[in-house]
Design a protein around this ligand. Structure first.
Ligand SMILES: Cc1ncc(COP(=O)(O)O)c(C=O)c1O
Length: 394
């Protein structure tokens, strides 16, 4: 009998998160009695808001935790649509809203809708690492386009024009971005939408961090893209702004003509998003919950205002001030040629955990690190002070 276990070739192309290596090493230090300043963690430190927990408890007490429609509970789709009108001033038909199992499932559904074998999706490098793997598992080709400070670490209409080919199906943008916290300026986003329409490319905008912006009111691509707004895909989530990472709930605003196909994909891939989470999420849009979330957003903004100048003063390169999310992507090349070794050594020497650029792509990854400000101010201050001592001694 042949006992070899054969696995699909695509698995070999999927890379692990290097930040997990940092987290494992950080936990080992903690187990040995050291205190660690966790600036590697990509989720809010704030707990799920109490009204959301209460709604979940009420749903559980009712006991009727059945499958919902693959598109999500109608009342939640309506609540999300209303949120766009109230928060972003843009009308969205509830029929366009598809509730998903985290934005991760939303991104996978959209990629499954668009990508055939060997077809390309343009992505920014650096960018959120799972995106290239979503494309890869579908036998498509993720094309990382190097981006830097000149374009806010984002794709631009010119970069798309230079990078597309007849095999390109779409363009994925995250604004604000993980790892850079930077946004695509509205004028540029308008140009990108027009360029994609002209070249026959589909535009997907990941707005998972849109609620967490600090320099003016958030603007969704749906409000910016003008005549192209009905043709773009917007992906978002309850994970970050709403502090619900573990509930696995997000959504997609899709062009109406694609909703039925996305529904079929969701039905087959995971049946429906989690029912308890959906009932809980209805409480996200209560005025009291939104007021609490705004307070937390302001706290994130204060952390950003502390951390960015503090890191610059230490000598990290941050040419574009991050305006959203909770990350700072910093040039560490002044201190080390290899940012992965730098992160490893920093953790062992000081107990400060940060993420190497390698997690986010290839382009100048060895020259960058990512700091997350998902810890309270006193801990951030402690982290910066440990960094200062470490860099002084080098
Ligand atoms: C840019 C970006 N998109 C999507 C996700 C996926 O988040 P979730 O599936 O929790 O909505 C993340 C998670 O960190 C992210 O940073």
């Amino acid at each position: 009998m042949d006992t070899r276990i054969v696995t699909a070739a695509r698995v070999a192309g999927i890379e692990p998160f290097h930040v997990m290596e940092v987290q494992t090493a950080a936990r080992a230090l903690e187990a040995a009695g050291r205190t660690v300043v966790h600036m590697e963690i990509g989720e809010p430190d704030f707990p799920t808001p109490a009204p959301v927990l209460a709604a979940a408890q009420a749903a559980l007490a009712g006991g009727r935790i059945y499958y919902t429609s693959a598109l999500g509970l109608p009342e939640l789709r309506e609540a999300i649509a209303r949120h766009y009108a109230e928060r972003f001033g843009v009308p969205v038909a509830p029929e366009r809203v598809i509730v998903t199992a985290g934005s991760s499932a939303g991104l996978l559904l959209v990629m499954a809708l668009l990508v055939d074998r060997d077809q390309q999706i343009l992505l920014s490098d650096p960018g959120y690492p799972c995106n290239r793997h979503f494309v890869r598992v579908l036998e498509g080709e993720p094309v990382g386009v190097p981006v830097g400070p000149l374009t806010n670490y984002q794709l631009s209409a010119d970069l798309i024009e230079a990078a597309w080919s007849t095999r390109t199906r779409g363009v994925l943008i995250a604004s604000p971005s993980n790892p850079t916290g930077t946004q695509v300026p509205p004028d540029e986003l308008r140009r990108i939408a027009a360029t994609c329409a002209r070249l026959g490319l589909r535009l997907i905008v990941d707005e998972i961090y849109l609620g967490l912006t600090y320099d003016g009111p958030p603007q969704t691509a749906l409000a910016i893209a003008g005549e192209h707004a009905d043709d773009i895909f917007v992906v978002s989530s309850f994970s970050k702004y709403f502090n619900m990472t573990g509930w696995r709930l997000g959504w997609v605003i899709a062009p109406e003509r694609h909703v039925r196909d996305l529904e079929k994909l969701a039905q087959n891939l995971y049946i429906c998003p989690p029912t308890v989470s959906q009932r809980a999420a209805l409480a996200c849009f209560l005025p009291g919950t939104l007021a609490l979330l705004e307070e937390r957003r302001r706290a994130f903004g204060e952390r950003r205002d502390f951390l960015v100048p503090a890191l610059r003063e230490l000598g990290f390169g941050i040419p574009v001030r991050p305006s959203g999310g909770f990350f700072v992507y910093a040039d560490s090349s002044r201190f080390a040629a290899d940012s992965q070794a730098f992160c490893r050594d920093l953790l062992q020497a000081t107990g400060v955990a940060i993420t190497p650029g390698l997690d986010f792509g290839r382009h100048r990854a060895e020259a960058h690190v990512r700091f997350a400000y998902t810890i309270e101010m006193a801990k951030l201050e402690d982290g910066v002070s440990r960094l200062r001592d470490y860099l002084r001694d080098r």
